[in-house]
Design a protein. Sequence first.
Length: 313
Amino acid sequence: MGEKKGFFKRLVDGLTKTRDNIAAGIDAVFSGFSKIDDEFYEEIEEILVMGDLGVKAVSSIIENLKARVKEEHIKDPAACRELLVNSIKDQMALGEAAYQFEQERSVVLVIGVNGVGKTTTVGKLAGKLKDQGKKVVIAAADTFRAAAGDQLAEWADRAGVEMIGGQEGADPASVVYDAAAAARARNADVLLCDTAGRLHNKKNLMEELKKIDRILEREYSQAYRETLVVLDATTGQNALNQAKQFSEVSDITGIVLTKMDGTAKGGIAVAIQSELGIPVKYIGVGESIDDLQKFDSEQFVNALFHKQEEEIE
């Protein structure tokens, strides 16, 4: 429990800027309005949109809020706060199957542009899965970036898992081919592939991913497929655009949001999920291996709106 609790505290601290950006404005509206009218809703809507929650998500949240206010005959704006918080939670709930890949023999492709913390995410994920008692093989298939292989080798070493590939300039598809063979031979639970994400050249990226796809279909067809896109939360709307573009080139099953600490744009987690219908599955709030955690929407929204969980102690 300690790790989870510690993580909530870090999440609360990490979301300080986002919270100042959103919750403070919302509270001002709740205390500044004496009745619930169109203007009241418009103010809330504006604050949420400015907070990077995304237009689509905010529309649903406001619709949901209006319906509940009507249903429960609420007259006092202050009484809406809890409803609003719950409405945001509803918007973000993950399906039950979100982490199915952990239960089965699986291959997890991790894609993302350079600089978002993709390689680090692969390393942390390997460590987490290993801690769960899983046998993990890493494929270093981002052969484009010079230091990616070395960086990943360090993580693999730290996690005590086997890494295949890592030579700069090698063909990513052949690295995946070798890694699939290794995963089969070692009877691995999870094959984690660090792949490149060069969005400025979408056509090449698409070809590369298709090639990797074909190899996995052929060489490792028994494995459950998971494709995670790593995005940098500090880039806000830009992260959402990247997610959109990646979903055009690949069948994405989940999002990893890194650098949630110290950004005022943490609301982007809500936007991505709503706009794309792809769940945020992991978030990172720091450098150490414990700083990558499964995304818990309940916990996230609490950290965004309620500080008291920690303050009571």
